[in-house]
Design a protein around this ligand. Sequence first.
Ligand code: ATP
Ligand code: MG
Length: 343
Amino acid sequence: TSSHVERIPATLIAGDGIGPDITASVTTVLDALGAPFEWDKQEAGLGAFEKEGTALPEKTLESIQRTGLVLKGPLTTPVGKGFRSINVTLRQKFDLYANVRPTQTLVPGGRYENVDLVVIRENVEGLYAAMEHYLPSGNDPQAVAYGAGYNTRTECNRIVRFAFEYALKNGRKKVTLVHKANILKILSGLFLEEGRRVAAEYEGRVAVEEKIVDACAMELVVKPEQYDVMVTTNLFGDILSDLTAGLVGGLGMAPGANIGETMGLFEAVHGSAPDIAGKGIANPLALMMAGSMMLAHVGRLDLSQRLDNAMKHIIEVDGIRTRDLGGSATTEDVTQALLRAIR
Ligand code: ATP
Ligand code: MG
């Protein structure tokens, strides 16, 4: 009786540490939900490095190029000289310029009850361009540390436009431009200037607000419920998105998406958690939420919402909690509870 469903090829990278456990949980649940993804399993990370001598095999890159859609477990970058972070490499290689991190209260009884916000971070420029060097003074060759960053009009315009489009697509009401243009008058000023220019085009459809990053950090802790979509430059976004993950249950509950013009890479914010790898107790919900974002990304808001509701249900009604949330449920317990909830 099932109607014709178009299959969408997607690259699946299980990754290192707890990666295989949590990706298995997510694909099991997505498949049961009827998600349209046709998985192309590829390797990357430390596991790939030990097997094939490279942390990012050519086959994996080709698959990503072909599908433009990736679900990725955490990757450990091999230690040693000359190894760049694999995650940063992927972002730059595929021009994944927007980092999207939603934060929502799911676990009741925490510090905040009604948080539902999204931090959108510019992923390729700003102070992350890391043009750093030492300057000498007297006989100390490293007396002064010098660092510079850059923001381009094109990129500021693109990231703010992304935030407004995201707001429209996801039924959100307000975009906050987070900056420090009072001090970094040029570097951050340019972002604010372009932000205002883009915001004007959305007048009457999405509200806009401006916040200086320090005040914003305080308000996020005091009254996070007031925020909706927030958009900011690389370094501020890095800091604020970890802050917001901490508001609602920590790393095990924080998904992230890296989005380019034609590409989307979905992941959990946390790392490979080597301390609990192979024990079957990792919380798969962060990557599960990334799976839900991936469904929304391909236009399956219906399935995305069903998955979100199932996650709410197992936390609020079934009371399922993995160890990071103060409980003792295993990864498999979470998988099974979700399978029951989506039925
Ligand atoms: P990596 O080097 O890959 O970033 P890490 O040692 O920094 O690994 P993280 O994965 O960043 O570890 O995690 C930090 C802490 O949070 C660890 O104690 C880890 O066990 C815990 N943690 C992270 N993710 C999860 C998860 N999904 N479920 C349960 N605990 C987690
Ligand atoms: Mg880490």
